[in-house]
Design a protein around this ligand. Structure first.
Ligand SMILES: C[S@@+](CC[C@H](N)C(=O)[O-])C[C@H]1O[C@@H](n2cnc3c(N)ncnc32)[C@H](O)[C@@H]1O
Length: 203
């Protein structure tokens, strides 16, 4: 039998290790490289379903730390301890989700693995992905701590340069990263932005 294709390896591994999606390994790689969870006690996960990133974050954070997630879709995992989940769109946040953001802010990490429903049109998909990143950025402007980390996934194409400039204007360090566990044919990359240039006056 021939060698399993690259993406099958991570899907099989996810099944074996009981993650609901292979995306778990992307966050593991991001954390292994950028230490995003070191010392983090409050993390916001945008686009949490089915729940792999929540599981990885939970494994890498202290048990008493707080995780807040949101997604249009329900989770396919049981809610880990000290974790709150809201079935919401980030564009139309419910009162409960907004209150929870205010209650737990400032967050040490805000991470987004959000992806639009793909239409097959490269331009439309890239534009929708960018809109999700820009909203994640807006949420970070309001709720991320001064030393916090913003992780966003963006589809290549669209005005990715404009988004990069937005991040560079607001964060001291901005790195792009394509995890090995990302499917070869995938057009997505992650931006890891650290240390805000403009601080929250309330901190
Ligand atoms: C690749 S999946 C996330 C996988 C997740 N990180 C995990 O590891 O299980 C992308 C998610 O983005 C969500 N999403 C897309 N648009 C959204 C929006 N406007 N608000 C909240 N979630 C959204 C989708 O419902 C989908 O579940």
């Amino acid at each position: 039998m021939g060698k399993a294709p690259h993406h099958d390896y991570y899907s099989l591994l996810a099944r074996k290790e009981q993650y609901p999606a292979r995306s778990a390994y992307k966050l593991q790689e991001i954390d292994d490289k950028f230490n995003v969870f070191r010392g983090a006690s409050r993390v916001l996960d945008l686009g949490s379903s089915p729940g792999s990133w929540l599981m990885v974050a939970r494994e890498r954070m202290r048990p008493e730390s707080i995780l807040v997630g949101c997604d249009l879709q329900p989770l396919r995992i049981s809610l880990p301890q000290n974790t709150y989940f809201f079935q919401d769109s980030i564009f139309e946040r419910s009162h409960e989700f907004t209150e929870s953001l205010k209650e737990f802010a400032p967050f040490d990490v805000i991470m987004s693995d959000m992806a639009p429903n793909t239409t097959g049109s490269f331009c439309t998909d890239a534009a929708r992905s960018l809109a999700l990143c820009e909203e994640a950025f807006a949420i970070a402007q309001e709720f991320l701590s001064s030393h916090g980390v913003l992780i966003t996934k963006v589809f290549m194409g669209g005005d990715i340069q404009g988004y990069q400039s937005l991040l560079r204007a607001s964060f001291v360090s901005v790195k792009s990263f394509k995890p090995k566990s990302t499917k070869k044919e995938s057009k997505e990359i992650f931006y890891i932005a650290k240390e805000r240039k403009i601080y929250n006056i309330n901190e």
